[in-house]
Design a protein around this ligand. Structure first.
Ligand code: SAH
Length: 238
């Protein structure tokens, strides 16, 4: 069932005019007809089944509340450096499917990609669209937040219950994510990944006081690492 995130709050049995940003999709991609059904998620994160009542303008009636919980019981924030080419698009799309709560794109010492503030703004629009479409397609009730950030040294990690530092040099001796989770009752979890060239020693130093985890024994590419971590976390909780 097609799902759309809308920017207002709806209530059962009421009729609403659809947000303009979804009209093209409803009319031209779905080729919807009166009485067709689809799902919406409103501003409060509640999902509903709705039925199309009019096409000019696109109007729907809210017919049923969908109670099933599809979100992970923990909030996972991924800290990733900006990756080269379309790799960031892939990480954002796939990590959204796998349940990520938020992305923080920080500047690693060995970051290959460097953007001006203006470029960051236009990138953000693209990444937000990718996240929204992935959330709609995977029938989530939350669109992950995305932001750009400065260096790891300037960041405040105290707001998280648990910080997992995915350090490639710990591939053979680091704890597994599963092992750390089983000894923790964390609700908010940050997972920090390095860039294509790995972490610098200075960055690795910051994380001495946090949990250093191994993502298996093999070294994964920067775009594979978050997907491994999220899959392990998902299979632990679900
Ligand atoms: N070029 C580096 C690897 C960088 S991999 C090297 O060969 O050493 C990119 C990022 O993925 C790493 O910084 C780390 O955050 C994560 N990563 C990849 N494999 C990992 C593993 N087995 N354990 C922990 N982290 C890993």
């Amino acid at each position: 069932m097609q799902r759309y995130f809308i920017e207002e709050t709806v209530s059962l049995n009421e009729t609403f005019v659809m947000d303009t940003k979804h009209i093209h999709h409803i009319k031209n991609v779905m080729r919807a007809k009166i009485d067709d059904e689809f799902n919406i998620v409103d501003k409060t994160g509640s999902a509903y089944a709705v039925q199309l009542t009019d096409l000019e303008p696109v109007t729907y009636k809210v017919t049923e509340k969908i109670e099933s919980e599809v979100e992970l019981p923990v909030n996972i924030t991924l800290y990733s450096p900006l990756l080269k080419g379309d790799k960031m698009d892939v990480v954002i799309q796939k990590s959204t499917e796998l349940g990520a709560h938020e992305f923080v794109l920080y500047k690693a010492e060995r970051s290959v990609v460097k953007l001006t503030a203006k470029k960051e703004d236009s990138r953000l629009i693209r990444y937000e669209k990718i996240a929204r479409e992935a959330a709609e397609q995977s029938r989530r009730t939350k669109i992950p937040g995305i932001s750009f950030a400065e260096k790891l040294t300037a960041m405040d990690f105290t707001k998280y219950d648990l910080v997992l530092f995915a350090y490639e040099d710990n591939n053979l001796k680091g704890r597994s994510i599963k092992n750390v989770l089983s000894a923790s009752a964390a609700h908010t979890i940050a997972v920090v990944f390095g860039p294509e060239g790995g972490f610098s020693e200075k960055e690795a130093e910051i994380f001495k006081s946090y949990e250093n985890v191994a993502l298996g024994r093999r070294i994964l590419r920067a775009e594979t690492a978050p997907l491994y971590a999220l899959s392990v976390i998902g299979s632990y909780y679900e």
